[in-house]
Write a protein that binds this ligand. Structure first.
Ligand code: BG6
Length: 276
């Protein structure tokens, strides 16, 4: 599958046209930030397991069409390269695009155009632009479903979500409130935190690093790890592969879905990197 490979003085990165999917980001002198499953398939019609899948225009299973692809079709389509530019500050800026066509309109009856702007620097900046090209409002969900590489999910802590209300997707979507302490993952975790715009950090004492996730125009954050049983049922995750990963997703979903007027554009940004 075609991919763009970036090697600059600041970082290296790889982006597949399939799904405009970033599978690799590594600042110079640091370990890779992203996890990709050893058992991932790289095939038309299938999402890549790991990296940064783009979720659009619905999050999770489709509400009324269970046969529709989970997390929408954006991660399953081949995107076009709009531009690639190496800049004087050694960063690299890439723009990929995807527009509605007959097949997307069959699954979701709204015309749109998407652009993903990726800036590879010491950190990785990604902006997903959604333009409504119809003459009526539409409502969509979206996420940058980032899989971070960690030493062992059982030994990390996640900060930045204290006191935030969430939908516990591992408990039938029950509404709960996060306590005050840092999050420690010790079982299947699938939480959609609502109305939260702040920075989240993943502290990994074994790797001696803290990863940060900052965002703009994103009001939801998802934290996901499938744990033992769910992972076993996922053919593209592979044995024990739930251990070196955690997803912290920059999202707008459920209560935080976005309604966009005709001709309008919404831009959601996620910025990731190593703190300090
Ligand atoms: C998370 C969802 O964002 O993605 C989980 O909250 C889901 O419920 C996970 O299991 C992985 O989804 P998929 O479709 O890539 O297997």
């Amino acid at each position: 599958m075609p991919k763009i490979v970036v090697n600059s003085d600041l970082a290296s990165a790889e982006i597949y046209l399939h799904g405009a999917h970033v599978t690799h980001f590594q600042p110079r002198g640091a370990a890779p930030l992203l996890f990709v499953s050893k058992a991932s398939v790289f095939r038309e019609g299938k999402p890549i397991r790991g990296g940064i899948p783009l979720v659009f225009p619905w999050f999770g299973p489709h509400e009324s069409h269970p046969e529709a692809p989970p997390h929408g079709f954006a991660r399953l389509r081949e995107w076009q390269i709009e531009s690639c530019e190496s800049r004087t500050d050694d960063s690299v800026r890439l723009v990929l695009a995807l527009s509605s066509d007959e097949s997307t309109l069959q699954q979701w009856p709204h015309a749109f155009s998407l652009r993903l702007v990726v800036l590879v620097s010491n950190g990785l900046d990604m902006t997903l632009e959604v333009k409504n090209t119809t003459n009526a409002d539409f409502t969509f969900e979206e996420a940058m479903h980032t899989y971070f590489a960690v030493s062992d999910v059982r030994s990390i802590t996640i900060d930045g979500l204290a006191g935030v209300e969430y939908l516990d997707r591992a408990d039938n979507g029950t509404r709960k409130k996060q306590g005050g302490a840092a999050i420690h993952i010790a079982s299947e975790t699938d939480r959609l935190y609502l109305n939260t715009t702040g920075r989240v950090t993943i502290h990994d004492p074994t790797m001696r690093r803290t990863i940060f996730v900052e965002k703009e125009s994103s009001n939801a954050t998802v934290v996901w790890n499938p744990w033992i049983e769910k992972a076993r049922a996922m053919a593209d995750l592979g044995d024990g592969q739930w251990i070196p990963m955690v997803c912290v997703e920059t999202a707008n979903a459920r209560d935080c879905a976005v309604t966009l007027g005709p001709g309008h554009t919404h831009r959601m940004t996620s910025r990731i990197g190593v703190a300090g």
